[in-house]
Design a binder for this molecule. Structure first.
Ligand code: NAD
Length: 277
């Protein structure tokens, strides 16, 4: 059976769990929303691209999904959307913190402070701000599960530029810290570290970063070409291919489910073997 054949098979891992998915407008976040719904969840879809999540929510139907335009670097946006989610569905059981951007392989010698700040604002501060607001709900309820999104860039060089790589290392370490803080109050916090996954992250991120992202120097271009060549050359990924977003989503849904009841503070690598090479 191929991954596609089994990807949307109905299950009950998240039956009746109210789940927030950030970055649900595209790529891995969109796949997380699909797998979560297939596993019985009701979902609140957050994305800076409001039209994309509105369309996804329409497809799931109003009993199952709501959507909000949310920039995860805005505490006001997050507060408004989490409050509306609780009003609509009564609680928050699961948070999938997926929203993130690439830094266009910006190397240290071509550092642009604005790009560094925006990458950290979204990938690190945004991940933390959403947890902070959602934890208020989860701590009051005494239960919950959070899955953050790190990357194999947190483990090996060359998967991003200096800002992206550092930001994904930060996501893995802040996941351990928050997990430690709340584990004895019924909340599990973990992360996934996807390897190369078939999404449009470079183009989507360039759109969010704006003109400055297209104005990086020659080293950024060289590292982009090298990363692409490495990722697509035979033998680099033991499995021999990129991940489909659904394959990453299933690992995230597993971590959020009771099947992962004794997993706390972990960063689960889902990379087709990339980092064992
Ligand atoms: N694609 C890969 O190879 C890969 C590998 C490792 C980790 N990741 C991580 O997975 C996550 C999802 O990446 P993807 O490949 O699906 O990218 P994507 O660009 O396809 O999707 C990301 C989504 O996040 C949204 N987003 C971006 N900034 C936001 C903000 N400030 N507020 C709210 N939403 C925002 C985008 O609009 C988009 O819909 C990211 O955190 C990324 O770093 C991706």
């Amino acid at each position: 059976m191929t991954s596609q054949d089994s990807s949307m098979k109905a299950g009950s891992r998240l039956r009746d769990k109210v789940s927030i998915v950030t970055g649900a407008g595209a790529g891995i976040g969109q796949a997380v929303a699909q797998v979560a719904v297939a596993e019985g969840a009701r979902v609140a879809l957050f994305d800076i691209n409001g039209a994309a999540v509105a369309e996804a929510a329409d497809q799931f139907g109003s009993e199952t999904a709501v959507s909000f335009q949310v920039d995860v670097s805005s505490a006001d946006d997050i507060d408004r959307a989490v409050s509306a989610t609780v009003k609509q569905f009564g609680r928050v059981d699961v948070l999938f913190n997926v929203a993130g951007i690439q830094d266009q392989m910006m190397p240290t010698e071509e550092l642009k402070e604005n790009l560094w700040n925006r990458v950290f604002d979204i990938n690190v501060r945004g991940t933390t701000l959403v947890m902070e607001r959602v934890l208020r709900e989860m701590l009051a309820a005494g239960r919950g599960a959070i899955v953050n999104t790190s990357s194999t860039a947190s483990l090996i060089a060359g998967g991003g530029g200096v800002a992206y790589t550092a930001s994904k290392g930060a996501v893995a370490s802040l996941t351990r810290q928050v997990a430690y803080e709340v584990a004895d109050r019924g909340i599990r916090v973990n992360a996934i570290a996807p390897g190369a996954t078939q999404t449009n992250i470079m183009a989507n991120s360039a759109g969010i970063l704006g003109a400055e992202a297209n104005d990086l120097g020659p080293q950024s271009k060289r590292f982009t070409e090298q990363a692409y060549a490495r990722a697509t050359s035979e033998g680099t990924i033991p499995l021999g291919r990129f991940a489909a977003p659904e394959e990453i989503a299933k690992a995230a849904v597993f971590l959020a489910s009771d099947d992962a009841s004794y997993i706390v503070g972990a960063t689960l690598v889902v990379d087709g073997g990339l980092t064992i090479m």
